[in-house]
Write a protein that binds this ligand. Structure first.
Ligand SMILES: O=C(O)c1ccccc1N[C@@H]1O[C@H](COP(=O)(O)O)[C@@H](O)[C@H]1O
Length: 216
């Protein structure tokens, strides 16, 4: 087992799936706070779920262009370890959120072509981690969580970014091994790939994903 591969399961909403993910070795659990997402949680529900996350597993709040009032409500109600910024937050806004809310920040960067990789260096200055995801198609309702992959060969030979990074976008139990092999990722994030329909996670797929990601 490649136990050093750290897996994040995003968009969890059921305590049973939290239990399965933790038991199978997930290191991060993502709660989505974005009303347009089928995985959206209220702060009250997320606070209830957070209780079931074992010590040592990071609780991550995913937000999209959230204002301070929204962030205040989330961070006050839910015990969190990290904020995932998945919108169009500027480097200045990332730095401001990090300072104001006192939590490590992971900034999502959308990639469709080599030119997009420059964003990674830009955000490396201010974010604690980078999340390298597929750029959403023009006009997409969601800026992530679309089950869309990008060309992983764009990351080949570039594993030494200045900050820890996580690979996301269209990962599944079937393709995660190949994605890790091609990109050198040591951390991976999945949402749609462990669902039967958008927003509905599947315990068997969660287990399969973790086993595949952590296999040698
Ligand atoms: O999961 C969502 O609903 C979501 C909504 C808004 C922004 C990002 C979202 N999810 C993140 O998107 C990537 C890729 O997800 P997928 O595996 O392709 O479905 C991942 O980082 C999720 O955390």
């Amino acid at each position: 087992m490649a136990d050093d591969i750290r897996v994040k399961i995003c968009g969890l909403s059921d305590p049973e799936h939290l239990r399965v993910a933790a038991e199978a070795g997930a290191r991060y659990m993502g709660f989505v706070f974005f009303a347009k997402s089928p995985r959206h949680l209220t702060v009250e529900r997320a606070a209830e779920l957070a209780v079931s996350v074992p010590v040592g597993v990071a609780k991550v709040a995913l937000v999209v262009n959230a204002n301070d009032a929204e962030l205040e409500a989330i961070t006050t109600a839910v015990p969190l370890d990290m904020l995932q910024l998945h919108g169009k937050e500027s480097p200045e806004r990332v730095a401001e959120i990090k300072a104001r809310f006192g939590l490590p920040v992971m900034k999502a960067v959308g990639v469709a072509e080599a030119a997009d990789l420059a964003q990674i260096d830009l955000y490396s200055e201010v974010a604690d981690q980078l999340l390298i995801d597929a750029k959403p198609p023009q006009g997409a309702e969601l800026p992530g969580g679309n089950g869309l992959a990008f060309d992983w060969r764009l990351l080949a030979g570039r594993k030494y970014w200045r900050k820890p990074w996580m690979l996301a976008g269209g990962l599944t139990p079937e393709n995660v091994g190949e994605a890790i092999r091609l990109t050198g990722a040591r951390q991976v994030d999945v949402s749609s790939g462990v669902e039967t329909t958008p927003g509905v996670k599947d315990a068997g797929l969660i287990r399969e994903f973790l086993a595949a990601a952590r296999a040698d």
